[in-house]
Design a protein around this ligand. Structure first.
Ligand code: SAH
Ligand code: SF4
Length: 344
């Protein structure tokens, strides 16, 4: 049997593992801090542990790490990281610094089975789920390379893949992320983006209501959405919207609605008006994402004027709107372009 990978274990689990080895729980917390706070990958460097305990840990457990990666800087300051995994596959993350904060965009799967027509990752098809340790390591590596003193860190699960289709690994990642002896992030600063896998979304709303939710809506009506996002044939808007309306949101929190604006597809004034009706009494804020071109895809980004106008219609009807200016699109690191270089 494979040895347990400590980097996939929340601090509490590491405490339990130490207890089963006849050690005190606080040893587990120390180990967790080395791994998650200090980014240490070598048990010998855990200097507050005795040599014999170091030996025991190396013998009993695995401490995986992604040893190889490339960094592709974009002219706008964001950086695409291409992580090379031991099985020869690669996966991408993006670091987006902005003033005194940095946003890390992490992948949860290699490829994606949901096949949205406008998305480079979707076009790759599904290759495999990432393990918790592989999600954690994307963050640890980017954090170590990017962190200027004390920046605020935001994490968005918006890279390759559908996080809710890799539920258990993502859930363990969140356990590690929120623990003070783990990554020590605050729930408000973590966003999970989903295409709307309803049963898993309901489970997620019960287990992780404190995590910021983003939903990729991308269409103003069911027929359009079913065409752009095949998943919507199985989980239609008529079922998705009630789930969002009943979402157990913490006070003062809203659901982020992502809407990729594609020229002549879903960018008409009528779409904006239908979207207003759909979102009517939902506590939401709309994130408009101008389509990022993907090699060999016919879709185009609407003109600046059309994008602005679309946003204006929503604002006029009291929706909170943000237009997500694409970052990193010169190195295919923008939304929906991940995977393009490798498989485009
Ligand atoms: N699978 C999840 C999370 C990853 S996709 C989801 O779909 O929500 C992250 C975001 O990128 C989604 O909102 C998606 O709609 C958007 N996106 C996909 N392809 C895009 C493209 N070509 N241009 C702009 N945004 C895109
Ligand atoms: Fe998968 Fe999200 Fe891309 Fe759709 S938009 S194919 S769900 S990664």
């Amino acid at each position: 049997m494979d040895r347990i990978d400590l980097k996939s274990c929340p601090p509490r689990r590491i405490e339990q593992l130490m207890v089963t080895l006849g050690h005190k729980p606080f040893r587990g917390r120390q180990i967790a801090q080395w791994i998650y706070r200090h980014g240490v990958n070598d048990v010998q460097m855990m200097t507050n542990l005795s040599h014999s305990l170091q030996g025991l840990i190396s013998e009993q457990f695995n401490l995986s790490h992604i040893a190889a990666y490339d960094v592709v800087p974009s002219t706008d300051g964001s950086k695409k990281y291409v992580f090379h995994l031991p099985d020869g596959l690669s996966v991408e993350g993006v670091a987006i610094p902005l003033e005194n904060k940095v946003t890390f965009c992490l992948s949860t799967q290699i490829g994606c089975p949901l096949g949205c027509t406008f998305c480079a990752t979707g076009r790759m098809g599904f290759i495999r789920n990432l393990r918790t340790a592989e999600i954690v390591d994307q963050l640890l590596i980017m954090k170590q390379r990017e962190a200027t003193p004390f920046p605020r860190i935001n994490v968005v699960l918006m890279g390759m893949g559908e996080p809710l289709l890799n539920y258990d690994a993502v859930s363990e990642f969140l356990n590690i992320a929120l623990d003070q002896n783990g990554l020590g992030l605050s729930a408000r600063r973590i966003t999970l983006s989903t295409a709307g896998v309803i049963p898993s979304l309901i489970r997620f709303s019960q287990e992780w209501p404190q995590i910021q939710l983003a939903v990729s809506l991308n269409a103003s009506n069911q027929a359009q959405r079913a065409q752009l996002m095949p998943l919507s044939q199985k989980y239609p808007l008529s079922e998705l919207l009630p789930v969002l309306k009943n979402y157990p949101l913490p006070r003062r929190r809203r659901i982020t609605i992502e809407y990729v604006l594609i020229n002549e597809v879903n960018d008409r004034q009528d779409d904006a008006r239908q979207l207003v009706r759909l979102l009517g009494n939902l506590r939401s804020k709309v994130n408009l994402i101008p389509f990022n071109p993907v090699i060999n895809m016919p879709e185009q980004r609407p003109s600046e004027k059309k994008i602005e106008h679309f946003g204006e219609i929503l604002r006029k009807h009291k929706l909170a709107v943000m237009i997500r200016r694409s970052r990193g699109d010169d190195v295919a690191a923008a939304c929906g372009q991940l995977g393009e270089m490798v498989h485009g």
